[in-house]
Ligand binder design. Structure first.
Ligand SMILES: [Zn+2]
Length: 282
């Protein structure tokens, strides 16, 4: 039995949110006090993972000064948080190439403080993931350095309802260029383009040998409808919840519903942990 890995959880510095963005996270959450507790203490969060039967978690953070409120110090915050148990808590940070003087050097810095993956959030960073094609050099430097350091890059794909989010940038097809120009870079298309662009995401992971999707933010009962051929690409799929994002009630319920899907045991094991384990063996 492989360990279960939730590759997409948002443990974030709540005090850095813009008020209207935080409101969207709080809205309708009966468990918001728990979210606060876990954000304040990795020891408490590890207990929560134990209770849910989850071995490891990707903790997603990204720089988004305009839309969400996070500056580059979000990276230092999550690196410190995960330092309690870096094998179980995979720190994701980000380099916003518009807000650092040297994007390549910033990738090196994040790598040195323990960041295990980079998040690119085009609709919250107001930047297409292939903007380097139009001459935006710092973005190319970011991908190049990540590729050289074997640091996976997770690119948000699919819609976002946060005020100010620009959804055009979150179309998965914009990541095709990244697969072409940085063939050795591991790229994870977060949310598999849901709820509009799943066919495009399916095409891309089959086209590019180092491209993957995560299924976070997709209600498990919708998964087979969104990806009817998911069995064929199980080795390119990572399980994740996007908890506590808007519309994601609880992790354990998601897991129970995932187990109930009409998928082979092999595919389930692959998606729940094996794919992530292949990317982050330690
Ligand atoms: Zn997310």
């Amino acid at each position: 039995m492989n360990p279960i890995i939730d590759i997409h959880i948002h443990i974030q510095p709540l005090h850095m949110f813009k008020p209207h963005a935080l409101k969207l996270v709080q809205q309708g959450r009966k468990d918001y006090a728990e979210v606060e507790k876990y954000s304040a203490s990795s020891a408490e969060f590890l207990k929560f993972l134990d209770a849910a039967g989850i071995e490891r978690a990707g903790l997603i953070n990204y720089v988004s000064p305009e839309v969400i409120g996070f500056g580059p110090d979000v990276n230092d915050w999550i690196a410190k948080y995960c330092s309690a148990e870096p094998k179980r808590l995979l720190a994701f940070g980000s380099v916003h190439p518009k807000f650092v003087p040297d994007a390549g050097a910033e990738v090196e810095r994040l790598h040195s403080i323990g960041i295990r993956g980079l998040k690119v959030h085009p609709s919250h960073q107001l930047l297409a993931p292939n903007a380097y094609r139009d001459g935006f050099g710092p973005m190319a430097a970011m991908y190049e350095r990540a590729q050289a350091l074997h640091m996976p890059v997770m690119i948000h794909t699919g819609t976002s309802i946060f005020p100010g989010a620009r959804n055009l940038y979150a179309h998965p097809m914009l990541a095709d260029d990244v697969g072409i120009d940085f063939p050795d870079l591991v790229v994870i298309l977060a949310h598999g383009g849901r709820p509009l662009w799943m066919n495009e995401a399916f095409f891309l992971v089959r086209r590019h040998k180092n491209m993957y999707i995560d299924v976070s933010g997709i209600p498990p009962q919708k998964l087979m409808e969104h990806f009817p051929r998911i069995e064929e690409i199980a080795d390119k799929v990572l399980w994740g919840t996007d908890w506590p994002g808007p519309g994601v009630p609880e992790i354990e319920k998601n897991l129970v519903e995932f187990h109930a899907l009409e998928l082979s045991q092999n595919a389930k094991q692959q998606i729940l942990g094996k794919t992530a384990l292949e990317i982050w063996p330690a």
